[in-house]
Ligand binder design. Structure first.
Ligand code: CP
Length: 313
């Protein structure tokens, strides 16, 4: 058992986590601070805690996931909780059971929290009406991926040594279908970070919904002088046919030559999974050099430990 037990400081007034928009800057700073402590403990090999001993965390994933599901699972277990996992494939949803009846059923098994991913935007808010435990959004349709945005912010917090002033981030790729882009924009703007977006016209989010964002057509101009680049996956599962230009990678792909237009200290993030030679060069996948892709994965565990602590303890 780790000698240093991480305890929550101050009040946490949220019942659920649907998106980062419901969090104040002070709330996010609390998450960053607790994440930093868990990140250090994890790196020091102090991975066994008891703060959530006796709690059951349901991991309810209606869409595929490697990073989010497993990092929530590891996070909950490191805090002493038990986890049980339900996926759409293999569940009675395949026999036609509705989302509401599935939730009634799983809630009757008395979990202490529900971590949920769905292809439907707004699914966690829908589910939260029917349960009396925290619901944490692990990605819902095009809408939001709050825990990804929080872990991305933590990676930037470390890279910039906690100094968010005068920072510029370029988000490049399929922003239209990206819940990660939406949550990242909201969160970065909360910390005064300037956000640029570069997407093909067919894959660009609704510009009017994001005041303050600067939109670019040319990726080299978009990344000029930036502190960070967030490359996005082409979300083929949410796209209609014919939205991706044939020359997508040569025009919008994050290649090593593109990064040279940014600051020489630039960090490159991607939520994963990457489509090598489509949305980003395969060389970024090993997390070395400018790439923070594997540090994002590592931070995902610490961030989710922080969130489970805040919502459950
Ligand atoms: N970033 C992310 O959500 O990855 P997974 O789909 O693997 O969870």
């Amino acid at each position: 058992m780790a000698e240093l037990e991480v305890r929550m400081e101050g009040e946490w007034e949220h019942s659920h986590l649907h998106d980062v928009t419901s969090l104040t800057k002070n709330d996010v700073e609390k998450v960053l601070s607790l994440t930093e402590r868990y990140f250090t403990l994890n790196r020091d090999g102090k991975k066994e805690h008891s703060i959530l001993k006796g709690k059951d965390v349901l991991l309810f994933f209606m869409e595929n996931s490697t990073r989010t599901r497993n990092s929530f699972d590891i996070a909950a277990q490191r805090l002493g909780a038990r986890t049980f996992s339900v996926q759409k494939l293999g569940s009675s949803m395949q026999k036609g059971e509705t989302l509401r009846d599935t939730i009634y059923t799983l809630h009757a098994m008395r979990p202490d929290a529900i971590v949920m991913r769905s292809e439907y935007s707004g699914a966690t808010e829908y589910v939260a009406q029917y349960v009396n435990v925290p619901v944490l959004n692990a990605g819902d349709g095009w809408h939001a991926h709050p825990t990804q945005a929080l872990l991305d912010l933590f990676v930037l917090f470390r890279a910039w040594k906690g100094d968010f002033s005068n920072r510029v981030v370029a988000i490049v790729g399929d922003t239209k279908h990206s819940r990660v882009a939406r949550s990242n924009i909201h969160l970065l703007q909360k910390f005064g970070v300037a956000v640029r977006v570069c997407s093909p016209p067919t894959l660009c989010l609704h510009k009017e919904a994001f005041p303050g964002v600067l939109f670019f057509d040319d990726v080299t101009k978009a990344v000029e002088g930036v502190d960070a680049i967030i490359a996005l996956r082409l979300q083929f599962e949410r796209q209609e046919a014919g939205l991706v230009p044939r020359e997508y990678y040569t025009v919008y792909g994050i290649q090593p030559s593109i990064v040279q237009h940014a600051k020489n200290t630039v960090v490159v993030l991607h939520p994963g999974p990457i489509n090598p030679a489509l949305d980003i060069d395969a060389s970024f996948g090993d997390g070395t050099g400018h790439s923070k892709i594997l540090e994002q994965v590592e931070s995902g565990v610490a961030t989710r430990m922080a969130l489970l602590t805040l919502f459950l303890s």
